[in-house]
Unconditional design. Sequence first.
Length: 561
Amino acid sequence: METPKPSTNFVREIIDEDLAAGRNGGRVHTRFPPEPNGYLHIGHAKSICLNFGIARDYKGLCNLRFDDTNPETEDVEYVQSIMEDVRWLGFDWQQRLFYASDYFQQLYDYAVTLIRKGKAFVCDQSLEEMRKSRGTITEPGTASPYRNRSVEENLDLFARMRNGEFADGARVLRGKIDMAHPNLLMRDPVFYRIRKAAHHRTGSKWCLYPTYDYTHGICDSLEGITHSICTLEFEVHRPLYDWILNELGIHHPRQIEFARLNLSNTLLSKRKLLELVQKKHVDGWSDPRMPTISGLRRRGYTPEAIRRFCDQIGVAKVDSIVDLVLLENSIREELNKTAPRAMAVLRPVKLIIDNYPPEQVEAFEAVNNPEMPAAGTRTVPFSRELYIEQEDFREAPPKQFYRLSPGREVRLRYAYLVTCVSVAKDPQTGAIREIHCTYDPATRGGNAPDNRKVKSTIHWVSAQHAIEAPVRLYDNLFTKRDPGEVAEGQDFTVTLNPKSLETLTGSKLEPGLARALPGSRYQFERVGYFTVDMQDSSAGRPVFNRIVTLRDTWAKIESKL
């Protein structure tokens, strides 16, 4: 795995301070703790790279732990997809795979300890009643009428909750902290709730499940975590994290919060991504327009590009929006150096070379990747009838249009110079059906004599030899930079981009692409970077997804040819 040079950030500075002070016996032990209620997205990739990267660079350890405390939203499908994504990104938790459900008995026993200390009580209030009695930022909350139950009564009720004697929502276990605390999360928070739902690992053994806030710190402690690295929204949860561990008197990791990734024209809310899937706005979690790791993988992104992106954006203390172009540039930079070139005509129009021998076929040598001389060359067939891009021809060209037009000479990439002499149109629609040209045999290889200035080079494929394959052009899934910013009463789906996917069915590609394997990546010259879809392609029948467009530098390239 490519290991970028670690960048200094405030998280690493905190760890350096702890190591210098001799805390945790010089150990560094992190964890990545996803909840298995959806697929991971690019925001999780930042957390994965941070936690596993710190463990790697400090010669420490990093656990993968599933916070599976809500059986109503979690599924083994999500567990499997998360493990696949972490491995694909290049990280290994080795034997340190854990689940919060591994600790259900210990978590229950610790709750009993808090009850015995008078620090937790069983409450019969409904969620709505608790919400109303919590108070506001400026006003203290009102204590539950059940707050002063005796330890014995609380122990009895809690045991009966575990045994399934009460209905869902009838009772909860709450921490007894401070109903006037300035942090609302410290106003007697819920630690346990009754949910008679089967768990994907423990089945129907439990009908009493702990909350995330109660569970998380204890799991960190039990696993010997030294630095519990969370996103910024958990900063307000830290006092509760500390309170629980202090009251139990167990190993106390240090919680550190960093700004989560916010990406322009992208939503990174699992709840909203799930809605997109359920309402079929997209084709599942791995739709190439989705910001999920599985979607990016299918789109053609590489783990190296994502790791590089996560390293480049750094780790900050303040939320901000990162421009999507930074992620796109990370894959462009890689594929420019590694992806083989190919010629593909996405919206074809036929070009006929009138003075080229009708039965003649030539083979021209084409460079596979000018950035990689070792990649060598390939041969592409050339014949009298070709396809070129519709946009490479204008019958009445505007200013600054240097490509093919009547009377103008252009270079066919790797082949000859040709001059347009006429066009043939559909008599009913007036659409251009054929472009007729002549060629200069003396310009084989695309070389122009010194006295000939050719301003444009265009790509092509031989009509006789081209293959036809579906090509999907993907764009941003959302039209707004911040898709979550909508008018009152509107749903975030109003910002969906109706043109986020265009499927071309008549594209013509050079024949060697018929052998392209699923997952392989190419630069279609002058068009963009593409990958063979891993889900919908089959042997000899590739389907191409556009990964990202090219930079607008083709004019500079042409001037050097």
